[in-house]
Design a protein around this ligand. Structure first.
Ligand code: KG4
Ligand code: ZN
Length: 348
């Protein structure tokens, strides 16, 4: 079944075509350059950019797949969570497409789509091969807007086990990058800087949340980075202390953040008795997180699978694939077309 997926919940306009589990096209237009001068996503600018880009991104997807709009048999779009004025651009475009072509519309939860992305074979696969990962599994989802741990059983059968009590993991990487004078979005720059750094140069806290086995917190770690680089009780605007090397701070922060995330994730996978741990979301592009999860997970007998980097950051392949899986399971309700910008995620 040829399924069209649409994603516009934050700063990526994305359209994908998926057929029988195979990704035929995964077109993404990023707005990073537009928001970089502001150090974060500006919602109104983002919504306008989605409106300007969506037709072009869709054309690109059809061209790359070598398929026509009249061949599409189902449409899926992210309806929550996300910036509401951004979500409605892609969602409304997708609904109009579905109504005009008289094909089913599936309302997709962005977070379940990130988790489902861990099951997709790598881009360029010929198709017909086994999925990268079969449920049940535990997924550590680490993105710029959300951080959570989920037990995944299949489409619509997902349960949150834990989450961050303050910043999302990506937000923490981005804030530490800003503290270190690295460009936005900071995650990849922190990773890059950390390559030349000593991960044990600074003794940073690896705090877990008391009484909440699967929750994480990044506020203490962020403050520890501020004090280590500026001095105790100094403001963010204070100059870097003499002798502080940015690569050492980046490496020490990355190590602390990744250790906490991997520890809760491995504990959850073992407690849940699932055999497999998946990593998804933008921060799952991080090489140190992937390596640490592999090492600690494997030592406990877990199969560790990270989504392909193209399916970690926001994309529509994960949305189309999840929409198709819902249809295959006979799941979408008759009211999916009626779900609007007020839709809430029960997974956030
Ligand atoms: O999943 P995503 O594209 O968007 C959301 O749904 O939020 O995640 C974006 C986040 C940003 O905070 C970015 O800094 C972070 O993922 N990120 C990384 C890396 N690549 C992207 N963080 C750490 N290391 C990376 N290599
Ligand atoms: Zn996302």
């Amino acid at each position: 079944m040829l399924t069209l997926g649409v994603e516009s919940s934050c700063d990526e306009t994305a359209v994908a075509l998926v057929e029988d589990g195979r990704v035929l096209a995964n077109a993404v237009r990023s707005q990073v350059a537009l928001h970089a001068p502001f150090g974060g996503v500006v919602p109104d600018l983002a919504a306008r950019a989605h409106a300007e880009a969506i037709d072009l991104v869709a054309e690109e997807a059809f061209r790359a797949a070598g398929r026509r709009p009249d061949e599409v048999e189902a449409v899926a779009a992210t309806v929550a969570p996300g910036l509401v004025n951004c979500v409605v651009v892609g969602m409304s475009w997708a609904k109009a497409f579905a109504v005009a072509r008289e094909v089913p519309f599936v309302a997709v939860d962005h977070l379940e789509a990130h988790v489902f992305a861990c099951t997709l074979p790598a881009p360029g696969s010929a198709g017909g091969e086994a999925p990268a990962l079969e449920p049940p599994f535990v997924c550590l989802l680490v993105s710029g807007g959300h951080t959570g741990l989920y037990r995944y059983e299949g489409p619509g059968r997902i349960r949150r086990l834990g989450r961050t009590v303050d910043d999302a993991a990506g937000e923490a990487f981005d804030k530490v990058a800003a503290l270190l004078g690295l460009p936005y979005p900071g995650g990849p720059h922190v990773e890059q800087a950390a390559r030349d750094g000593d991960p044990f140069a600074f003794d940073l806290p690896r705090a877990r949340v008391k009484g909440r086995r699967y929750d994480v917190s990044f506020s203490g770690l962020k403050t520890a980075v501020l004090y280590a680089t500026r001095g105790k009780n100094q403001p963010r605007s204070a100059p870097l202390l003499e002798g502080v090397r940015v690569p050492d701070v980046a490496a020490s922060f990355q190590e602390a953040a990744c250790e906490v995330l991997v520890d809760v994730a491995v504990d959850a996978a073992l407690d849940e008795g699932v055999g497999a741990l998946a990593l998804g979301g933008g921060v799952a592009c991080n090489g140190r997180l992937r390596a640490l999860a592999q090492a600690r997970g494997r030592a406990q007998g877990l199969d560790v699978v990270a989504a392909h980097p193209a399916y970690c950051t926001d994309n529509a392949a994960m949305v189309a694939a999840l929409g198709a899986a819902y249809l295959a399971a006979g799941l979408p309700g008759p009211d999916d077309l009626a779900r609007g910008g007020e839709a809430r995620s029960v997974l956030a």
